[in-house]
Design a protein around this ligand. Structure first.
Ligand code: SF4
Length: 490
């Protein structure tokens, strides 16, 4: 089991960088999905227009979230579902547990759901002597390995074929084999049996439609459809931000999500669920429960910058594009939500003090913003959270935030920097002194790693040059060159 937490992100990242098997897997994943996405987005006429439309729908929904949630709940109940409201993770797990206990449901199947990962539902059910079985192949693999997902869309991407073969030999009892067809048919055989026996199925939700009370689940393996249709009871756990106003809005998101996530035009299965089955002869569950979960989301609504975090449709494209995720993978983030989107929502969900390193896990290159189908400005969010950390103004109670330590030396350095750089004469003198001093450490025109050991600066600035170069101060500043030009013209 990986026990990494976001509090130790720096150390986790350093360890991940030494794992060559992980880095090979990440290279394959991010290259493949990145290339597929590039091709897939050329198959729609106006990709940028679609992104704008999606963002407008999300903004409209978030501006009136209370109204749309109520509309969704009323329409879902009219169709026969029962809606439950959960303020936090404990409440959400408690509702699911109570429903299972009331029906004496002991055999539970689950389809892939980031919301249930977020609230650690499996651990809560296991603590109550229930053994939920994950039925998405990747989720089942990491459940057998007692691990957490390392990617939003492909949770077991960090595992090699050999590791999976060894895991199946140990946990399922088959002969070790690297035959992928045999491994998948083994999973199918074992999981089909679990579906047949299940008393209840638990799923997540991709989108909930306010106008009809319908919810949509996208998947490629058919396991979500079996989870939501074979057992007598279906429980869907849904973050409150998954609401969209109208059924026609799905057209926009169905074009964006699969193309951004896996580079597919459409996932293999799209299950639209509206209430329970209508008659005894119909297929489908007799009971459908929807757990609408807040768990920190409404506090993100309060600020226009953080609110955009709730527009995320969990496609995973920003992970694949991120140069940090590409090197270290998901576990280093110590959260079920890794990558750029994880670096912004984990501190908001679990308290900024417990994950204060995550907003710094970015080069601010903007690759995440470029690929995001709903145009979330993740770099702006990261800067907003960094400012909250530095100023100690993170939202929530002190307990929720955890200890946010201001670094005195950093604070002082930036104040001095601002003081000097806002005074032209001081700035010029500073640049001249830096030009003189850099001669002692500059090698081959560089300061830092490429110039060799002697060109690294002493601590604390040396933290920068131990891993990369520092740009040398130019021999003549712009002002000096400008003055020279002016004097030539006179
Ligand atoms: S932030 Fe954007 S790119 Fe990243 S998972 Fe969410 S929707 Fe996808």
């Amino acid at each position: 089991m990986n026990h990494q937490t976001s509090e130790t992100f720096d150390q986790n990242a350093r360890e991940a960088l030494t794992d060559s098997q992980l880095r090979n897997a990440l290279r394959n994943l991010t290259n493949t999905f990145g290339e597929r996405r590039k091709v897939a987005i050329t198959t729609v006429d106006d990709w940028e227009g679609l992104r704008e439309r999606a963002r407008a729908i999300k903004d409209e929904t978030l501006a009136h979230l209370d109204k749309y949630l109520e509309e969704f709940a009323n329409n879902a109940e009219r169709a026969g579902a029962k809606v439950h409201w959960a303020h936090d993770a404990v409440a959400a797990c408690g509702i699911v547990l109570q429903l299972l206990r009331e029906r004496e449901a002991t055999r539970v199947v689950k389809s892939k759901s980031m919301a249930t990962e977020e609230i650690h539902l499996n651990a809560a059910l296991e603590a109550a002597d229930l053994s939920p079985v994950e039925t998405d192949l990747g989720e089942w693999i990491i459940q057998l390995a007692d691990e957490t997902p390392s990617h939003i869309v492909v949770p077991a991407i960090h595992k090699s074929k050999r590791q999976i073969a060894e895991l199946f030999a140990e946990k399922v009892g088959i002969e070790p084999t690297d035959d992928v067809a045999l491994l998948t048919s083994t999973a199918r055989r074992v999981l089909r049996q679990r579906f047949m026996e299940a008393d209840a199925g638990i799923s997540g939700v991709n989108f909930g439609v306010a106008e009809t009370g319908t919810f949509l689940i996208l998947e490629n393996e058919g396991n979500a459809r079996l989870t939501t249709s074979l057992p007598k009871m279906h429980i869907a756990v849904m973050g409150i931000e998954k609401i969209i106003p109208r059924l026609t809005d799905l057209d926009v998101f169905l074009k964006l999500l699969p193309r951004s996530g896996t580079g597919q035009r459409l996932t293999a299965y799209q299950s639209l669920i509206t209430g329970t089955k209508r008659s005894v002869d119909d297929e489908g569950p007799e009971e459908v429960h929807i757990v609408l979960m807040d768990n920190g989301r409404s506090s993100m609504l309060s600020h226009p910058v953080t609110r955009q975090s709730l527009a995320c449709i969990r496609c995973g494209a920003c992970l694949n594009a991120c140069p940090v995720y590409q090197q270290i993978g998901g576990h280093a983030y110590g959260s079920v939500y890794p990558g750029p989107i994880g670096a912004v929502i984990t501190p908001q969900l679990s308290g900024i003090g417990k994950s204060a390193q995550l907003p710094y896990a970015s080069s601010l290159c903007g690759a995440c913003r470029e690929v995001c189908p709903v145009k979330i400005d993740i770099p702006a969010l990261l800067l907003h959270l960094r400012a909250e950390i530095v100023e100690g103004t993170a939202s929530g109670t002190a307990d929720e935030r955890g200890p946010v330590k201001k670094k005195f030396s950093e604070h002082l350095a930036f104040r001095l920097y601002a003081f000097a750089w806002s005074r032209p004469k001081l700035y010029e003198w500073g640049a001249r002194i830096a030009r003189l001093m850099q001669r002692t450490v500059m090698r081959k025109g560089r300061i830092g790693k490429a110039g060799g050991f002697v060109s690294r600066i002493a601590p604390p600035l040396g933290a920068w040059t131990s891993a990369r170069d520092l740009r040398a101060v130019a021999p003549r500043s712009f002002r000096e060159q400008w003055r020279d030009e002016l004097s030539k013209k006179k």
